[in-house]
Design a protein around this ligand. Sequence first.
Ligand code: SAH
Ligand code: SF4
Length: 356
Amino acid sequence: MESTQVDFYSLTLPQLRTFLTGLGKEKFRAQQLYKWVYEKNVTDPEMMTNLSKDFRQSLMERVTFKLPEMVDRRISVDGTRKYLFDIGNRQTVEAVMIPSDDRMTLCLSSEVGCNLACKFCFTGKQKLKRRLTAGEIVGQFLQVKMDMGETRLSNIVFMGMGEPLDNTDAVFDAIEIFKSDYGLNLSRKKITVSTSGLVPQIPLVTQSGTRLAVSLNAPNDEIRNEIMPINKKYPLKVLMEACREHANTTKDLVTFEYVLLKDVTDHIDHAEQVSQLIRNIPCKVNLIPFNEHPDSGYQRPSRNKVFQFQKRLVDKGFHVTIRRTMGRDIFAACGQLTSQYKGRPQQQNVSTGVLG
Ligand code: SAH
Ligand code: SF4
């Protein structure tokens, strides 16, 4: 029986309909089930009173409702919450809830490790171990939602561990579930997919209607090739073209994330070059002062340098924010986790996300 069980949290509404049709059930039962689970938080088929007894029985036999287990939770003085989830086989991923005045943003992981090997990134130091399933992505959200009680999560960003566009099936199924009227009912505009620049997959973000963030991180191909190997495959010209397409089609602004690495990407001339690169793209820029981690070989620039960089771009007419480092005391920012957890046997596979 085990082998024929399906994971409820991995199923989009159309997939659930197909599954239920296979069980000889009407299509509208999918909506009913979604409502039980996502609206009423009921996952015990016995309690789904508008379903027949035999249907409830087959649900119990054929469907699992298993969430990734929350094995650690830390709350920062600034309100940031960092969660660690066990996804089996001694592998863990993290999610971080970041509060601000007007929103509660949940940063989700899409993979354990990452193959794109960006030089400054802690996750990138670990080869990809596993891509998460849609259910494991939705599961992170549900667990945090439960933990937050009455406080509603308003935004989702795929900026935790992994490259979401390297795991498109699961990520876009999860997004469908987040957006579904009968599911979690989140607006597409409140979901952001961040990519290092997997150009062929960017149209999937466009189709999903979600917001696109691109980790630009360098002012020219030479430096980008050096710190982000993916640039050799999809250099800035094609990446910028894909961003322009996305912005033109969706009428949304693209967010360019730019990690400031001392003496590598933080020169004032670099700001000038960035302004040239993005000048024809409806966008905003988010500067991320580098979060140091052991053996990274890079450093965070001085605050002054960061402000100068920002000012140059602002003077050119761009909207530029500087990402605040949240949750410093709980090691929620990039590169601070592993050292904290090292040596704790049940958490040896802990790896860090890449939050700013
Ligand atoms: N793989 C995706 C999403 C996760 S990374 C991507 O690369 O876009 C989220 C952001 O954190 C990216 O913009 C990345 O460049 C940035 N980042 C990675 N390591 C960092 C570090 N040590 N300090 C600050 N930002 C970092
Ligand atoms: Fe992967 Fe993003 Fe880190 Fe690059 S920055 S290694 S794409 S997680």
